[in-house]
Write a protein that binds this ligand. Structure first.
Ligand SMILES: [Zn+2]
Length: 453
């Protein structure tokens, strides 16, 4: 079947194969009889809105004995059948695709398995793509708490734009690389600074991120709390760094305030949360439950401030439910020396990340949570690009884009589903050479950190 489809694309399409490939790219499934096809709506074909151009409609076809029997359609970025209809209309001008759109319609009428697990009882899973979350903690700092008003403007420029003579390497470059690879990120945006300096600055951040379909969720650094006037609660006069330093009632107030600030700045209602410095505690999950936030990514097994009163009782390595909130912990893997390492762009070589991804997929990990920041491609304390981290991120995005059949880059707009019991499962791992590569890169970064570009 795959060969027929290839032939059809080559012979009947008015475009070159490479052009068509961008629109309708086939990839191989887990066995010789299984073929997966990814239908990518791209700007070149004039389909849909800007947000929809970034959407990927994936069709997974299982073929037996040369005849396709079972089909599953996965809609990674949307669950609205209307978008499928849009795709059908848009592709009607291309004869080679028309056959497939009618196929989509046929199976759409029979129901879409959006969870991409099983076509019907008794069958094997047709799609085993691991969900990968490219999460970015977006925050603004003023290099201390003195002279905030004097420092804020330059801090805003650095943390939002990261301007340099090479380009804008904070949010603009991050978004450019994601968009260029057709990937969607999860941006945990810290809004509390806006209660001090004005909502328009937060609206600027939302305006950069949200229009192209990326996810905006709530990140909270309560260090800002005592800078806000009037005080949000009587005890706010004292600076306390971590969310775990606040009472349950205070955490509820802060989470509600952060969510409102994001909404007032134009963001969709946040449905997921990450505590600043991963410093959530048991009260944080009670507060999230009260506030109605059902998804969280605040646990990090290798961060010393994360979940201190939950240690020993909660699995920090696999998805877990706490007080009606689904927690997707930061993914941690074993590096080439056996040490635990967070899957963070600035803290791993690309080879380590790639091997950790491959290893995670191989052992059946369902959700792989990666971390970066709005300033992670910048050199410390300067608005100049860190070429090594930039290259890592470019390589990572290109790798994920080239392996869509294996990795489903996802958002948290809809609550993830957990189908496997992760506890006890081995951790992903990377090889020694990959870790040595990181050590070499980090040494180079230290050498070049002071160099002027
Ligand atoms: Zn943070």
């Amino acid at each position: 079947m795959a060969f027929l489809l290839h032939a059809l694309l080559c012979i009947r399409s008015p475009h070159s194969y490479s052009q068509v490939l961008g629109f309708f790219s086939p990839c191989w499934g887990p066995d010789a009889k299984t073929t997966a096809f990814l239908l990518c709506r791209t700007a070149a074909y004039g389909l849909g809105t800007t947000a929809e151009k970034r959407s990927t409609l994936a069709c997974h076809a299982r073929s037996r004995g040369g005849r396709a029997r079972h089909y599953v359609f996965a809609l990674p970025h949307t669950d609205r059948p209307s978008r499928l209809a849009t795709a059908s209309r848009g592709s009607a001008a291309y004869p080679s695709v028309t056959a497939f759109t009618s196929l989509f319609s046929h199976f759409l009428s029979r129901g879409v398995d959006q969870s991409c697990r099983r076509a019907s009882p008794g069958q094997q899973p047709l799609c085993s793509a691991m969900k990968v979350y490219l999460t970015f903690d977006v925050e603004i700092w003023c290099n201390g708490w003195d002279d905030l008003d004097g420092r804020f403007r330059s801090s805003l420029e650095r943390y939002v734009y990261g301007r340099s003579r090479h380009g804008d390497y904070a949010l603009p470059k991050t978004l450019e690389i994601l968009d260029g690879n057709g990937l969607t990120g999860v941006f945990f945006v810290e809004p509390m600074f806006a209660a001090r300096f004005g909502l328009e600055h937060l609206a600027t951040i939302v305006g950069l991120i949200q229009p192209s379909g990326h996810d905006i969720q709530l990140h909270l650094h309560p260090e800002w709390t005592d800078e806000i006037r009037p005080l949000v609660f009587p005890g706010a006069i004292r600076k306390r760094q971590h969310l775990s330093h606040y009472t349950l009632a205070e955490q509820c107030t802060l989470i509600a305030l952060g969510r409102k600030l994001l909404a007032d700045a134009g963001a969709k209602i946040a449905t997921a949360f990450r505590a600043g410095s991963f410093a959530a505690n048991a009260d944080t999950y009670r507060a999230l439950n009260i506030c109605g936030i059902r998804t969280d990514s605040s646990l990090n097994a290798v961060h010393p401030d994360s979940g201190l009163d939950l240690r020993g009782g909660i699995d920090f390595f696999h998805p877990v439910e706490i007080d009606n909130t689904l927690v997707l912990p930061m993914t941690v893997f074993r590096d080439g020396t056996g040490r635990l390492r967070p899957a963070q762009v600035g803290a791993c070589s690309f080879a380590e990340i790639r091997m950790a991804l491959e290893s995670a997929a191989a052992i059946g990990v369902e959700h792989f949570v990666m971390l970066s920041h709005n300033f992670e491609m910048l050199k410390p304390d300067r608005s100049a690009p860190d070429a090594i981290v930039v290259r890592r991120f470019q390589n990572l995005c290109a790798y994920l884009a080239a392996n869509r059949g294996r990795y489903q880059v996802s958002t948290l707009g809809e609550q993830p589903q957990i189908t496997s019991q992760g506890a006890g499962t081995a951790l992903p791992h990377a090889g020694l050479l990959a870790t040595l590569e990181r050590h070499g890169e980090q040494a180079l970064r230290r050498v070049f950190a002071r160099s002027r570009t």
